[in-house]
Structures are given as structure tokens and as C-alpha cells.
Design a protein around this ligand. Structure first.
Ligand code: ADP
Ligand code: MG
Ligand code: MG
Length: 479
């Protein structure tokens, strides 16, 4: 990421309240003209609010942070004001949530589709290969997941030129920020309650964001379905977090009872919620893989199961875009049309015409491996180099990747707060919509849209992760 420009704000009149005119590219709130004194007041209030309401993360510069709860906190990076976003696109994204929930569930049940689609990727990507091995073992023992819980997030960008809402990806494991994302919406509403009059903005146009409470409710409902009052919900986390279980600890302390019950540290486990396990870094030894397999074999409700995890891979996303594939999983024609409308161009690297075009015009593509958590994609001239290298090698290594049409969202000027400092930058935004899905055999208990996550990043930066340091948390202002 390129460094942002530190604020030297020009004073001046607040230039706000413009609704979308003409082609609708004019931002509602033009921050260039906001009076500096006013911005400083808002900044100060925002930082106080963050501290009081727990819009904070561990501060990596404090040594004991992350080891001792409550020690070494800093506010999460956030945008000072909510990002204008067209209401029609917002509604469209919300409507898609239950459709994607159902789609993931249906895909997860088709073991052959998952294995076949990922068969070439398996040879080229050791991590995906290990996940597929666990999946194969479950198929072999005919393991059934009667109770299935998905806590998902579908991410979108609005393409500036076509004005289309296009999907970036669906996340099926460890979807980040349902907690902090809600707080940013609260922060923005609170700031607009105080300063909205000066900014000509109405706090009611920041949509309510119940992501955290609805995810918790979904976990609780899953726990109820498991129907063992003595069993608990276990959070699987990365090392250096407390009061939860790491994969290595689960390997050391976990066991399977003959009836399939997972017991960890003497506690029966009803629901396993993965906040880790999505990156190869989470599996430094065989111990972590053993733990993953142990949990998968158990009757505990896995969020996600190995099938849900695989259904969220970029390769599967690319397969679903191919003609007549969606039809295998979705019955309703209108739902199919809605899904297709948000699909961007996605291609396998065995499509030689596309590879040729991507080498000629690499800026129009993003190259993606089967990874999660941000920071893994290839952009710009690196796409050309990577494709040419793969061609020269002539191996199966290309199957580790997919190609995606690069989306170019509208650029707007934004105030970004990081480490107590306000930066002004040209930014683009990505809207994530959370979804919760819970079913027990034929009974669908939950299939809901549950709040949202707006992430805003410098337009000069390719990647978008907040934790990875590229983006800030944001909320949306309906226009
Ligand atoms: P991950 O699973 O690691 O989050 P993503 O597919 O979401 O992978 O890509 C990471 C980031 O890269 C996104 O948040 C977005 O900012 C950017 N990105 C991904 N795909 C595209 C695309 N097609 N066009 C533009 N930017 C993209
Ligand atoms: Mg992802
Ligand atoms: Mg992503």
C-alpha cells in the first residue's frame, strides 16, 4: 500500500447535500470543503467514542497486548464518516444474501462437484489438497452433517463504468468483523446525530447493522439444535489469543467419544466456530491437521464444515459462473438471474484466449490463488509476469489460480483514521453482506441477511484487508 497523505486540510465552507446528479458519480458528501475545526472536533469525538464503546483492537506495538486481556488497545482503523452508497445496490446486495446462503449449502452437499472442480487445483496447491483429503475421508466414512451452520459474508464492489453491483467473493470460513463493523455503524450514526446538521447528513440513512447479535443468535440456535445442555460452543482461534482453543490445543486435549461427541479439555462441544484454520499459516505442523480432522469426524456442528469451507474457494466461485452450473444447485429461475447479474468475469487458466488477453492487458484482471485473509492476489504487471512464468514452466502449477475481471469502483475522497491520526485519501469501497444459515435435515431454521461490513481503502492499493493493513472499517450512507 502506498502511504496516505497526512491531512493538511483547507478551511472553507461545507459543501454537502448534493444528491446524485447526471450520471450519479458526484459524491454526496464532498469532504474537500469541510472546515478543519469541524473535522478536528469530529475526529476527537470519534476517538473518544471508539475507546468508550470498544471499537478497539490489540496494539501490536504493546508487548503484552494479545496475551493479557484489556492491555494495549488502540482504536480499529475506521473512516471518519460513512460512505455514500446507492440504496438500490444496497437492497440488491441484501436480497442476494439468502440466495447465496442456500447456494453454499447446496454446493456443499455435492461432494463429487467439489472434488471434480478442485481436482486440478489439488495437484498444484498443497493447502487445498489437505482440505480435500479431509473431505475425501468424510466421503469414505459416509459422514453426514445433519445440522449445518453457515456464517457467511458475500463481498461486492460497484463497477464505476457499468454501475453494476459485482461480487468479489463469498467467504464461508472465519468471516471477519461482524463485531467491529456494527460498532462503526453505531459510531457513524452517533457522529451524525451530533454533527449531521452541519454536514447536511441524516443519521437515519446509515442502515442498522445487527451483524454481531444475529451471528451470536445463529450460534445459539445451532447450540439448541445440538440438544445437549452440557455441551459448549468452542471458538477456534489463532495463537496469542486467550480463553479459546487453538488447533494445537485441540489436538492435545481433544478426543472423540464412540457416539461421535467431540470432547475438548473434558467439555463436550456442540458448535465449533472457526476464527482460524483458513490459512496454511494456521497449520504449522501435523498437529493442527489432526485437530481439524478430529473435529470434522465428530458430531459437533462445524462452522464451517469442510464442505462449506471448500464451497467458499475461489475455484468453486469460478466454476459456478460457467454456463449451466448454477442450474444444478438453484431451482428458482429468478434467483438464478439475480445471482448471474452480480457475477463478474471469472476464468480458469486453461482458457488460453483469456490467458493471452491477460498477458496483453494485465491491468484488466486479478489473478487469485486459493487463499483467504487478503494480501494473496496478483495485480497489474505481476499478472503478466506470473502468467508467462507459468506458461514457460508448462506444469500443472497454473491450476492453483483463477483469473477474475478487475472491477474499478468509483473513487471518492475520504478521511481515514489510523492510530489516532486522520489521513485524507482517494478511496474505493467494498460492501460485505453477512448471512446466517442454519438447517437441521429438511428444516431450514435460519436463512437471513445479518448486517453488513463496509471496507474502504486507498484507491492506489490493490488489496483490501483491514487486518492485513490495507483498508479501514466503514459504514454506508444510503443515497
Ligand atoms: P480474500 O479471500 O483474500 O479476501 P478477495 O478475493 O476478497 O480475497 O481479494 C482481496 C481483495 O482484493 C478484495 O477485498 C478487493 O479489495 C481486491 N479484489 C479482489 N478481487 C477484485 C476484483 N475482481 N477487482 C478489483 N479488486 C479486487
Ligand atoms: Mg475471502
Ligand atoms: Mg475478501
Amino acid at each position: 500500500a502506498q502511504p496516505s497523505q497526512v491531512l493538511p486540510l483547507q478551511g472553507g465552507k461545507v459543501e454537502v447535500g448534493e444528491t446524485q446528479e447526471g450520471n450519479g458519480t458526484r459524491p454526496l458528501l464532498d469532504i474537500r470543503g469541510i472546515d478543519q475545526e469541524l473535522v478536528e472536533k469530529i475526529e476527537y469525538d470519534a476517538l473518544v467514542w471508539s475507546s468508550l464503546h470498544g471499537l478497539v483492537v490489540g496494539d501490536k506495538s504493546v508487548q503484552r497486548s494479545g496475551k493479557v486481556p484489556g492491555v494495549g488497545m488502540v482504536h480499529a482503523p475506521f473512516a471518519l464518516l460513512p460512505m455514500p452508497f446507492p440504496e438500490s445496490h444496497w437492497k440488491q446486495a441484501c436480497e442476494l444474501a439468502p440466495i447465496f446462503n442456500e447456494l453454499v449449502d447446496r454446493v456443499s452437499l455435492d461432494a463429487k462437484f467439489l472434488q471434480d472442480s478442485l481436482s486440478r487445483t489439488k495437484k498444484a496447491d498443497a493447502f487445498t489438497s489437505r482440505l480435500l483429503d479431509i473431505h475425501s475421508k468424510m466421503v469414505e466414512i459416509n459422514k453426514k452433517e445433519d445440522i449445518r451452520l453457515g456464517l457467511l459474508r458475500s463481498d461486492y464492489m460497484v463497477d464505476e463504468q457499468t454501475k453494476l453491483l459485482l461480487q468479489i467473493e463469498t467467504n464461508t470460513i472465519s468471516c471477519s468483523f461482524p463485531g467491529l463493523g456494527c460498532l462503526v455503524s453505531d459510531l457513524h450514526r452517533s457522529l451524525l446525530n451530533h454533527y449531521g446538521e452541519f454536514l447536511a447528513l441524516d443519521s437515519k440513512r446509515v442502515p442498522n447493522n445487527p451483524a454481531a447479535s444475529q451471528f451470536v443468535e445463529a450460534l445459539a440456535k445451532a447450540w439448541t439444535e445440538y440438544n445437549n445442555p452440557r455441551a459448549v460452543v468452542m471458538l477456534v482461534v489463532q495463537a496469542d489469543e486467550r480463553n479459546m482453543k487453538t488447533l494445537a490445543e485441540i489436538d492435545a486435549e481433544g478426543e472423540l467419544l464412540p457416539d461421535g461427541t467431540l470432547v475438548v479439555g473434558g467439555q463436550a462441544i456442540a458448535v465449533v466456530y472457526f476464527r482460524a484454520g483458513y490459512t496454511p499459516n494456521d497449520y504449522p505442523s501435523e498437529s493442527e491437521w489432526r485437530a481439524r480432522l478430529l473435529m470434522e469426524q465428530s458430531s459437533a456442528i462445524k462452522c464451517p464444515s469442510i464442505s462449506y469451507h471448500l464451497a467458499g474457494t475461489k475455484k468453486i466461485q469460478q466454476e459456478l459462473v460457467k454456463p449451466n452450473v448454477l442450474e444444478r444447485f438453484v431451482d428458482n429461475k429468478e434467483d438464478i438471474a439475480k445471482l448471474r447479474k452480480c457475477f463478474a468475469g471469472l476464468w480458469s487458466l486453461d482458457d488460453s484466449d483469456i490467458v493471452k488477453d491477460a498477458i496483453e492487458r494485465p491491468g484488466l484482471y486479478v489473478m487469485k490463488p486459493q487463499r483467504e485473509g487478503g494480501g494473496n492476489n496478483i495485480y497489474g504487471n505481476d499478472v503478466r509476469e506470473a502468467l508467462m512464468r507459468l506458461q514457460k514452466e508448462g506444469s500443472e502449477a497454473d491450476a492453483a489460480y483463477i483469473l477474475m475481471q478487475r472491477i474499478f469502483p468509483t473513487v471518492s475522497h475520504t478521511f481515514l483514521m489510523r492510530n489516532g491520526i486522520c489521513y485524507k485519501d482517494d478511496t474505493v469501497s467494498e460492501l460485505g453482506i453477512y448471512g446466517a444459515y442454519l438447517r437441521n435435515k429438511e428444516k431450514v431454521i435460519l436463512n437471513d441477511q445479518c448486517g453488513y461490513l463496509m471496507r474502504t481503502k486507498a484507491s492506489s492499493s490493490d488489496e483490501g484487508g483491514v487486518a492485513a493493513g490495507f483498508a479501514v472499517l466503514d459504514s454506508l450512507y444510503l443515497t
